[in-house]
Write a protein that binds this ligand. Sequence first.
Ligand code: 5GP
Length: 196
Amino acid sequence: MKPASDPGRLIIVSAPSGGGKTTLCRALRQRMPDLGYSVSFTTRPARPGEQDGVDYHFIDLDDFEKGIAEKRWAEWAVVHGNLYGTSADFLRQALVAGQDVLLDIDVQGTRQLLAHFPDSLTIFIEPPSMKVLAQRLAGRGTDDPQTVARRLRDAEQEMAQRELYRHRIINGRIEATIETLVALVEKERATGRKEG
Ligand code: 5GP
């Protein structure tokens, strides 16, 4: 396939879980329907209400490991004890077609993609405090206490690496965060390519 003269760009959003990232990415996609969205592959079981092929592609460990051997993932990582990966084919096709692609991935995945796509737009969504994050995680009610504890520990590690990101947004009130995020991505999509 011949590359487009103006290839697409990656827009990577990361946040500790419970940080409201799913809501934010959904809002961003609604406001920018031309954005591509990379549906990740994972070995994590689906949560109630999650749809295969929409929220994630839910696959088993054998299939995921086969994907590693076949170099099917543009990046992959173990997050909270499960494997997650981004389809290399999907990214390649969207980018050569000139489409910007939104990814909701963790810090490890961001690091891997930045090695290949250094001009990616990277945004880290921070909770106002670890205490607020703990309350949000427990209040969500989708995970058992052990899982919540693990996610909090992982969040501390992710927060420690937030300097990797070009932009950081503190997620206090979700409505305000959505506006900040949309404005930032709009501005970057208009000018970001030249600024690199
Ligand atoms: P959850 O299981 O709560 O949906 O996601 C857990 C974490 O995995 C989140 O931080 C999310 O951003 C991250 N994640 C989701 N998909 C991918 C992926 O394809 N690659 C990587 N590296 N992380 C991912």
